[in-house]
Write a protein that binds this ligand. Structure first.
Ligand code: ZN
Ligand code: ZN
Length: 114
């Protein structure tokens, strides 16, 4: 949890395992997965599936969108107002999750950094 809160890089379970096993040699991948599932169940971590085959984990559960750079692979957070997104067709539905995913090339890779 501390790793997720301080890293904020939307790591995969493997990245979490590889970083933490250096400090905790007895750590297993199963422990990482089990711990993540507990944190997800407790609604303090959410899964980001911007790419179908790789789940990433995020300790920020407030409404925000994710942008993935197709060049450097970095995932950026951006603030969104989900209440401003019109979803009349779903007015009788119960929404459990709102995800906004964008893909493209980040400003850094485009050389657009001021
Ligand atoms: Zn980039
Ligand atoms: Zn995020």
């Amino acid at each position: 949890m501390e790793y997720l809160v301080t890293k904020r890089s939307h790591p995969t379970a493997d990245e979490i395992y590889s970083s933490l096993v250096k400090e905790m040699p007895t750590l297993s991948r199963t422990t990482v997965y089990n711990t993540l599932n507990i944190l997800i169940g407790a609604n303090i971590v959410r899964v980001v599936t911007i790419e179908e085959h790789e789940a990433r984990y995020d300790a920020d559960i407030t409404d925000h969108g994710h942008f993935k750079c197709e060049r450097c692979g970095t995932i950026y957070d951006f603030r969104i107002d989900t209440d401003a997104i019109r979803t009349e067709e779903l007015k009788n539905f119960k929404i459990n999750e709102k995800d906004v995913y964008y893909r493209g090339i980040c400003a850094k890779c485009l050389g657009n950094i001021e």
